[in-house]
Write a protein of this length. Sequence first.
Length: 395
Amino acid sequence: MYYLVSDFLNTYGPNVSLIAGSGGLSRIVKDVGILDYELDSSLKSKYFHTSLFQDQLVLTTFLCAKNDPSMIVEGIKHLLKQNASCLAIRNVFHLPIPESALRYADSKNFPIILINSMEIYFEKIIYDVNRYVERMADLNFKQNEINILLSQELATCEIKNHAKFINPSFEERYLALYFKSRDYFNEIDFLECFERYSKSSFFTPASTMCLYKQGAFLFYSSDDTSVEFNEALVTRAVKEIFPEASNYSIGVSRPHFSLVEFASCIRESLSAALLNQNFRKPFLRYGELGSYEIIFPFAKSIEMQDFKRKVLEPIKEYDVVNNTNLFETLTEYILSGCNMHVTAEMVSQHENTIRYRLEKIASLTGLDFKSPPQLEELALAVKIDICSGLLGEEV
């Protein structure tokens, strides 16, 4: 949602280098400014209007310090006073950067960046940064990028590029959490969640939270191998950002280690969040899906749908004609892991009633729930029905 100093560094890669202020990489950049005549005392009577440097990435050649390198320190102090985000120097005059200036910038966590390539002109930087700032501020932009990743067959390099459009600072080690609201969820709801995210331990340059349809994604990435993408981390994310977790169905992807897998990561967290509407867990990890993992991508295929209809239509037709709940009972039985007691609690019936209904299903389908191979067919049909129904939803 914000363009950060770290994003600028990642955008230009080897063409720029950070020489001071590494503690300020999460500073927000809202605009670009140019430091030129502001430090030249001989011009102050003529130029009474100075550039607005607040939240700006400031570009300079330090022309004003050509004959006096000590002005570089004064320039940095001036920018800090104006609450600038960082300073990028195109050192065309090959000025020595005083060590005192670098130490001062380090002490204030004020990033100083050298533009190493003479082929990168200020005009290009201004255009690029303003374009990124607009994109990051546009809630719809990231949704569009996610839709492209989900709907199009892309080459691996294209997948990585679209991931970098979402956040230029993504690391190659990451996971996704999708929080699907159980109620209406709009931009105002998202902004409230984003406010908590911006104050959380997950608000890092390499991570991003973005609105997506009826919920929000948290893409958390880190190159720190001591950070484990485990249940404790997910639990902490839920607690810090979505304290009213019961209002959401939460899905968690597998950990991934290359941005070329970013589209798969998105699908995994989405699938897990959708299925968790049935499982009702605090959060569901994609690795816990079991057979749903292979069913979900193909649930709407002709073969899957034909199998589902063959098994389930006699049950659904009987329910319609006789106003019964055999299919609901079968679904809860499968979701419970074929636990008679849990199923009885879920449908508020006695266990004998559940057993009677399952016997009736056996007579209608020829598939006996007491026979493991035949129960497997019933379970597969129910799982296809669940997955195809969820795929028909607007996420």
